[in-house]
Design a protein around this ligand. Structure first.
Ligand SMILES: Nc1ncnc2c1ncn2[C@@H]1O[C@H](COP(=O)(O)OP(=O)(O)O)[C@@H](O)[C@H]1O
Ligand SMILES: [Mg+2]
Length: 580
């Protein structure tokens, strides 16, 4: 079983930039949602105005009742106005949260789509990340952007605008309070930044643990039976438990920082309000400030600090989203680079029968080093040319590099040395989609999706009819599966025998009528009856096509025009059968 890479190390290295309150790349993502974000901010501003008006009206009422001896009757108008203002504020806040959620839903939808597309494109180019990592990034990771887009970002904008609004109004009545506000409000972002710098590393290592946990869980679930037989389940569970423990510890650490920072921000805000209150109170006592504006400023003062303080407490939740976003940017950036590269690719040239279709010249290949595994060459100086219409059998011991060779022909991974040409053009200059549309590939381990037999065969050619699918099954000798076309099979082919799974993948490969068939041990690990059926169907399957078969069974090897033996990454013998 292939070990999933422990952690994508290059990503850890690139992710050294600190937590910024606003990541420009994240904001660029909000393109489709920008309208909603502006509406959100608009609602917020209207709500801030309502706060100021409310404070003024309330201060007026208090002034009239306590100092003016006004009859409650004469204040009916003021009370109604106050009620209207508070109602309006409630409605505005409601509108704000609705449009904020629209914004984040829009961002999430487009991001999820882009990430999935980028992951597909990357897989098509032979790169892959741990599946737990991607599952996490595409689900929890994207969901944690909610906090960023619907709470943190609008709050941050408000945090800057509300004090501005309030200051403009307060300046008309009491410049001293303005000075205090201008001096103290910036303290909040400064503390946020200080705490954020510290919390950033904690958030990142927590996110990494979470990804590792996801990888570990998926791996354990995939291998449950094997693990059970070898009694290794306990050890795996221990690992998962250790990771959960670490995750819990790191979460607690983050929470501690979050509480601490909430406390600090609260403290700064409270002290600032107290300073304003004392300064106002003294001047009212001295008689240099009227009671009514003093009261209004006092009511308003906490509101000035509130949005900034709230943004500060949303910051930690938002950081999870930003951290997840970084993983996504890594995926998206690679995909973008690939796309730019892919723009000037050529279609595969027409190759007449008998001319070389695939030519490998002096090809070497090594899988990239991962974790503690060193990079060792798997293929070493391979020269192999396969003509259109030719049928080559590739044999050799397990681990010789046969499957790797097939993958290179498919364009999954580039040779570390030498070139792979298709139709006379280097593979990296050919449009991968156009090349793969000419290929039917049966991989060594059958891949099946949860769905019907029909769905599984149809993967090869999504627009094919039921009749075409049935014909493909008949062609490969799997008539018995035709009545079962609409039968639902489980994930990874549960419900089908190994032989039947192979038949399904063979029919899938044949369905688009490919020019080149790459069969990686199509009869390995299945019963002899099915092996015989595949061998019997082989002439029909191979007729008019170029076929490269990796095989151990004589029965298939004997059908080839040429047998190429590969061992230790080199071609050791190549013998023609002279059938052509
Ligand atoms: N994804 C991979 N990452 C790292 N090494 C791999 C990977 N796949 C195969 N290898 C190594 O490459 C060698 C050749 O593998 P493979 O091409 O599958 O051999 P074969 O198909 O001939 O049995 C093996 O030694 C194996 O350990
Ligand atoms: Mg193999």
């Amino acid at each position: 079983m292939r070990r999933s890479r422990p952690l994508p190390t290059e990503r850890e290295e690139t992710a050294t930039d600190g937590a910024k309150p606003i990541d420009r790349r994240l904001f660029a993502l909000a393109e489709g949602a920008r309208r909603y974000l502006w509406v959100t901010v608009g609602f917020g501003l209207a709500s801030a105005a309502a706060v100021i008006v409310g404070a003024v009206v309330l201060a007026g009422i208090i002034n009239d009742v306590f100092l003016g001896d006004a009859a409650p009757r004469s204040l009916t108008g003021a009370f109604v106005a106050l009620g209207v203002v508070y109602l309006a504020r409630g409605a505005l806040e409601w509108g704000r949260s609705v449009s904020a959620h629209h914004a984040s839903a829009t961002v999430k939808r487009s991001l999820r789509e882009r990430v999935m597309r980028a992951v597909l494109a990357q897989t098509a180019r032979g790169r892959s990340a741990g599946s737990g990592d991607l599952a996490l990034t595409a689900s929890t990771g994207i969901d944690s952007l909610d906090a960023y887009f619907s709470h943190y970002l609008p709050q941050l904008v408000l945090g800057a605008l509300v004090p501005l609004f309030a200051v403009v109004w307060i300046a008309t009545v009491d410049p001293v309070s303005v000075v205090i506000i201008v001096l103290t409000v910036p303290l909040i972002p400064v503390f946020m930044w200080l705490i954020g710098t510290y919390a950033d590393r904690a958030t990142r290592s927590r996110w990494l643990t979470m990804r590792r946990l996801g990888d570990g869980l998926i791996e354990t679930l995939r291998g449950l039976l094997t693990l059970e037989v070898y009694r290794a389940g306990g050890e795996r569970l221990d690992r998962v438990r250790r990771l959960s423990d670490e995750y819990r510890r790191q979460t607690m650490a983050t929470l501690r920082v979050a509480f601490l920072s909430a406390f600090v921000l609260e403290l700064v805000a409270t002290i600032s309000v107290a300073v304003i209150a004392v300064a106002i109170g003294l001047r009212v006592v001295q008689g240099s400030l009227d009671f009514e504006p003093a009261m209004a400023i006092l009511i308003l003062a906490p509101e000035v600090y509130a949005p900034m303080r709230k943004a500060g407490s949303e910051f930690h939740a938002a950081m999870d989203g930003m951290e997840a976003a970084r993983s996504m940017f890594a995926v998206l950036e690679v995909a973008d680079a690939d796309e730019r590269e892919a723009a000037d690719r050529l279609p595969v040239p027409e190759t007449p029968v008998g001319a070389p279709l695939v030519t490998l010249s002096d090809v070497s290949f090594a899988y990239p080093a991962s974790g503690d595994a060193r990079s060792v060459p798997v293929l070493d100086g391979i020269d192999l040319s396969v003509d259109r219409g030719e049928h080559v059998a590739l044999i050799g011991p397990s681990g010789a590099g046969k499957s790797t060779l097939i993958r290179l022909i498919l364009g999954f991974g580039r040779p570390t040395g030498g070139t792979v040409d298709v139709g006379g053009v280097p593979l990296e200059r050919v449009d991968a989609a156009s090349w793969r549309s000419m290929i039917g590939w049966v991989r060594q381990e059958p891949f099946l999706i949860a769905g019907t037999v029909l769905d599984n065969v149809r993967l090869g050619q999504p627009d094919s009819t039921t009749d075409e699918v049935a014909a493909a099954l008949r062609l490969v000798g799997a008539e018995d599966l035709i009545p079962r076309l609409t039968e639902t099979i489980g994930e990874q082919g549960r419900g089908l025998s190994h032989g039947q799974r192979r038949m399904v993948t063979l029919a899938r490969a044949i369905l688009p009528d490919p020019v080149l068939l790459l069969l990686d041990e199509p009869t390995a690990g299945i019963d002899s009856d099915t092996q015989l059926r595949i061998a019997a169907a082989f002439d029909r399957i191979a007729r008019g096509r170029t076929v490269i078969t990796v095989a151990h069974q004589r029965i298939l090897v004997d059908l080839a025009d040429r047998v190429v033996t590969i061992d230790g990454g080199r071609i050791v013998t190549s013998s023609g059968r002279g059938r052509r």
